[in-house]
Design a binder for this molecule. Structure first.
Ligand code: NAP
Length: 270
């Protein structure tokens, strides 16, 4: 199952680190030909080396906030792979700024990368996705914005919610071209940035997740792989939350209840 991706051409924006690298790894292991993008060429080269044992991965440096660069990225994928079947629009930034200190420039940067960058990447890949006849767009949104909030991330949350507004109308417009457009909403995912927070903070974060661990980049990649597969061909304009149940507890007491259940039944017989 889900082996339909073998040999297909996949573009992953923001594929040099974090979740994007996990998505690229999952698709490469499934036999796809993957083009990863990002702005930092040395990071891209290091990731191509790292993923060489997983499968066929190459890189192209491009800033998604620049429409012309997105066009170059799409051209590179078509030249190397003969087309584009899947776009994982994943590149994103999440600088923290409280409303009282948020500058117009900081707001522009977050919306420019996360919202405009997503739309530019889709626009640039559209002709090739349509040509594919089974084009797939998978956007990496977040639980932050669509479902939850976090101090310092009002602009980021707005950008992640905006992506969902985008996919619903894009899914409608692109349905006649047999292109599906869906989104994955990760919870807290273990990336290089998160590791830098230190073990105590990571343990506290894991304790607030019903499945008791942070997500891996590959957890997100697996959901993206499903949405890109032939088996998901009748799903469009939809979202999948991949968060270990992070958004479920209606109060801290709900978490305490399941923690005390786990302590009273450590081997999980119930
Ligand atoms: P990350 O580790 O910082 O990686 C971000 C990736 O995007 C890098 O490859 C980066 O490369 C690239 N990128 C950033 N700005 C770009 C631009 N203007 N043009 C092209 N590439 C750009 O971040 P992450 O945690 O993996 O996040 C990836 C996506 O997942 C984001 O959309 C984020 O909102 C979402 N997300 C993350 C989490 C989490 O817990 N980590 C949770 C929910 C959602 P360069 O810097 O070299 O350009």
């Amino acid at each position: 199952m889900f082996d339909s991706i073998k040999g297909r051409s996949v573009v992953v924006t923001g594929g040099s680190r974090g979740i994007g690298r996990g998505i690229a790894r999952v698709f490469a292991l499934a036999g796809a030909r993957v083009l990863i993008t990002g702005r930092d060429e040395s990071a891209l080269d290091a990731t191509v080396r790292d993923l060489s044992s997983a499968g066929r991965v190459s890189a192209f440096a491009a800033d998604v906030a620049d429409r012309g660069k997105c066009d170059e990225m799409a051209r590179a994928a078509v030249e190397r792979h003969g087309g584009i079947d899947v776009l994982c629009a994943n590149a994103g930034i999440f600088p923290s700024a409280r409303l009282t200190e948020m500058t117009p420039e900081a707001l522009d940067e977050v919306l420019g990368t996360n919202v405009k960058g997503t739309i530019f990447a889709v626009q640039a890949c559209l002709p090739a996705l349509a040509e594919s006849g089974r084009g797939r767009v998978v956007v990496t949104s977040s639980i932050t914005g669509p479902t939850t909030g976090y101090p310092g991330w009002s602009h980021y949350g707005a950008s992640k919610a905006a992506q969902l507004g985008f996919i619903r109308t894009a899914a409608l417009e692109l349905a006649p071209k047999k292109i599906t457009v869906n989104a994955v909403l990760p919870g807290s995912v273990m990336t290089e940035d998160l590791k830098a927070l230190g073990q105590d903070r990571l343990d506290a974060m894991a304790a607030s997740i019903p499945l008791s661990r942070l997500g891996s980049a590959e957890d997100i990649g697996n959901a993206a792989l499903f949405l890109a597969s032939d088996e998901a061909g009748y799903i469009t304009g939809q979202t999948i939350v991949v968060d270990g149940g992070q958004v479920l507890p209606e109060s801290p007491e709900a978490l305490k209840e399941i923690q005390s259940d786990a302590e009273s039944d450590p081997v999980g017989r119930l």
